[in-house]
Structures are given as C-alpha cells and as structure tokens.
Design a protein around this ligand. Sequence first.
Ligand code: SF4
Length: 364
Amino acid sequence: MAIGASRKESSTFGLARVNLVTSRCLNSQLPRMIASSGSFWQHARARARWRRSQLYIRTSRTSRACISIAAAVPTIRQTGQMKRRKSARPLDRFPYSEIGVSYFAEQAYCEKRVELWLQNPTTSGLVSVPAALEGLAEAQDQEDLVTSGKDFHEAVESATTPLSSSEIARAVQSRSFALAESRLTGEYRGVRLRGRPDHVFFDGRDASCVLEYKVTDSNQLPTSHRVQLLLYGYLLGQQNFNVDNFILVCVLVPRRHDTWLAKLAPSRIRKFLTTIRAEAESLIAAQPSRKNWHQMGVEISRGIHVNLRVFRYDQQRAESELEFFTAYWLGGRDAIRTTMESKCALCQYNQLNLCPVPQVEYGG
Ligand code: SF4
C-alpha cells in the first residue's frame, strides 16, 4: 500500500487531499470509516469524499488529518473494521457530477465493462482501459485510437468559431448557425447528463442536423454510436430547441485519413462540413419514407472518402434508451454483459482476468 499526502489549510477549515493506493475493498470503505471513527479522529469534523483514487477530507484540524490517515489505514486493517457493506448505486461511485453520453454509449457496448471500470476509474476516463494498464504498451492501441479521434475532432473544431451565449441568443432569432463541440446538459430521472456533439446545425430554434465523427475502419453503425446521437437530440430538446425534424449523422472516418483533416485550411474544413450535411439531406430527400440511410465512400476531397450513417431523431426512442440505461445507474438492475464473443476476445479486463463473465478467453 502506498500513501502520499498533501494538504491545503485555511483558518477555520482545511481540505486534506490524500493519495491512497489501497485494495478495492478498502477504497470503498475507508471514507466512512475515517469520518465516523472517534478513536483516532477525535478533533476532525470530517466529511470524506472520493474522487478517482484520491480522498478529500474537509476537517477543522487539517494538519492532523494527514497524520491520522497514515495511522488509520493499518489500524483499520488490524481491527477488522472492513465489514462488507451494501454497495452504493453505480451513480454514487461515478467520479463526475454529470454522466456524459459517451458513458451511455459504453453501456451499450458492454455494461459489465463499465461496472468493472467503476470499481477503479482511470484518470483518463477511458472505460476500455483498466486502471492497471493505463499508460502501458498493452493499452496503447486503445489509447491511440482515442488520441487519433481527438486530433481529428480538434482539427474540425479549430475551423469553427465558438459562439458566446449572447451570440447564440441573437442567432436563434434570425438565421442558420452551427455550434462545434458545445456543451449540452440535461437530466433524466434525476440523473444529470452532459454531451458535447461535434457539430450541430440550427435554423433559428430548430435543431436541424448533428454530425458526429468516429475514426474507425468499420462502415457499420454500432448501437453505442446510435445511442450517443439519440441522446444529443434529447439534450437539445431539454434546452428548448425544436427537435421534431432533427437528423442524426454519424461520419465514419477511416483510420488512414485521421490526420488528413488536421492539414486542411479552415476554409476547406468548412467545405467538408457543408458537403457532409448536403449529402445527408439529399439521401433523405431521395427516399423520405425510410428510417435509416447510408452512403459509403463519400468523397470529400481528392482520394479522401468517408462513410455516412444517417437516421432521424425519435424522442420516444431516446427516452426508452434513457429509461433502460439510467436503471443501471440508479441501482435498479445489475450490469448486463455483452453477448458478442468478438468484444470479449479483445477486452483488456478479460486479459487481466477481471471479468467474471467473459464469453470467450482473451484472444480467443
Ligand atoms: S470480457 Fe466481455 S463481458 Fe466481460 S467486460 Fe469484457 S467485453 Fe464485457
């Protein structure tokens, strides 16, 4: 066990921030035990709170806090106070105040994997990489994919000018406008939600189209991407935009093109966005009675092709997805594992034997 401690002090109350690397069981039990124990914590008005692997304690005697914690850990172990308690709801173990829609997408991929991540959340927030592998070569592929996606998103974002709230208020009065990487918030059954769609186009108060880019060599639209796009529509509806005719577009960018966009001038990127949007709208105009549309190999620049998956926003569908996924966060049901062997074969929790219910062996 490694213990490191640092602290800030104020005249009346102090905030002790203590880095603890402990067993998973001890991690979950320690804050309450420290807060309630009188034997070594007599002077503290302690309120302990976990955030990632750090314990924050607000106390009237901060300088004692670090000493006490260092003393407390072995004491707790020796006196056997680590009684198993009923585990908190997954929402209570989530390290952030709002659940990003990407976590719902992760649930759609494999909820069991989210559950395993929650037992020891990584600092990157990347669910697919167990804490034990974070930053190591074994996890590099997963992290590289995220980084390449990030580079792509940053290139797109840099080509657009963010609007201030007052500009948005003015824009909705009169004209079409687009928002890039804007933070949306909302809630469902008391669960606070947030999302950051890549691009959203508006006609005044009408949200008309969202573009979400995924750097992948697949040309399919997995449920996880579909859920993520639906929830963007839900959040826009919560922010009083009209989503009756909202179109959801997933732009699948092959990995070999992920750096291409970063090299483009902003004016070319704007052209790229216009091309994608126009292509999606013409797909719908050609066959309006369909529910889903796709277009493979859309050329957006010489030799650069992307694949499009397009569907309409459906409020009922979004709410039924939220009902299903929030039931897990609120403790209404257990995590559900994936049934796809191909996911388990690549899963790094499976590699570390952390998953109790894998479909196949790692690499199998
Ligand atoms: S091994 Fe399979 S079931 Fe287990 S967490 Fe990984 S993907 Fe999910």
